[in-house]
Ligand binder design. Structure first.
Ligand code: NAP
Length: 240
């Protein structure tokens, strides 16, 4: 791993190889954690090389290492149920790990749950199919928020007030990221650009979903750019 700094607004940043070892985030809003998204995409913006796979084959070992370093700066992580269904997810035991589901179709023997059941949280709407709740309750804390879909701002209030999460890593997939964007809940975006082209109009990008209405968009400020070989590590902050 040899990381090179190309641009950084933090004049006190450490040596490039220690990138993301100690990330300084602004204070969180009073009613939710500070949320940073983290994704890896090809140069043409695809976040998977094949449907229903994990994204591990997209980025380099350095990308994997930076992912872990970023997680070390958070109190908790959140992933969508499809990401959880795509393979084993392993996090440091101290991290709160949260997911959202309407179907309740979750791999309850995934290490996501079994490594730290006392820190695993599932948010579901009241419409969760009968019979799913008791099984989920055995391996996680189940919280009902919303009628037919999870009310995301309410879920984040619970994350902050009940579980004390001040900084939350949003780790995809694209649909969950879309829900966060539509609710204006993304404060920062870390994006690894993997030196690959993939094509396809069906593979996911970093953020899918219905998107922001009309010509609306969320403007971003560039915080830093680093590289390792041909791979780029971008950090952007939402303009508020
Ligand atoms: N390149 C990367 O950096 C990266 C990062 C993460 C994931 N991925 C890949 O992305 C793929 C999955 O992405 P995806 O966009 O298809 O799915 P996703 O965002 O991981 O999960 C979507 C699912 O989450 C649940 N969900 C999301 N919002 C909800 C809400 N408001 N209320 C209730 N449930 C909600 C639903 O689960 P139910 O279906 O159970 O109702 C929904 O079907 C995987 O293959 C994964 O490996 C890539």
């Amino acid at each position: 791993m040899t990381i090179e700094r190309l641009y950084d607004t933090d004049t006190g940043a450490g040596i490039p190889d220690a990138l993301y070892d100690h990330v300084v985030f602004p204070d969180p809003p009073s009613d939710r954690p500070y949320v940073f998204a983290n994704m890896v995409a090809t140069v043409d913006g695809k976040t998977l090389l094949e449907p229903n796979r994990t994204a591990r084959d997209l980025g380099s070992d350095t990308d994997q290492r930076l992912l872990r370093r970023l997680e070390a700066n958070a109190d908790g992580i959140i992933v969508g149920a499809t990401t959880l269904r795509s393979g084993p997810l392993i996090f440091a035991p101290r991290l709160w790990r949260m997911t959202l589901t309407t179907t309740g179709d979750l791999p309850l023997n995934n290490r996501f749950f079994t490594d730290a059941p006392e820190r695993a949280v599932v948010f579901a709407p009241l419409s969760l199919p009968t019979g799913r709740a008791s099984r989920i309750n055995e391996v996680a804390k189940l919280r009902f928020v919303g009628d037919t879909a999870v009310d995301l701002p309410e879920a984040l209030r619970i994350a902050r007030n009940e579980f004390g999460i001040q900084t939350l890593a949003l780790e995809g997939g694209a649909k969950l990221n879309g829900s966060f964007l539509e609710n204006d809940l993304i404060d920062e975006m870390f994006l690894t650009v993997a030196p690959k082209l993939k094509g396809s109009s069906t593979l996911p990008t970093a953020i899918d979903g219905v998107g922001l209405p009309g010509g609306e968009h969320r403007a971003l400020t560039l915080v830093s750019i680093y590289r390792d070989g041909d791979e780029l590590y971008l950090r952007y902050r939402a303009q508020r």
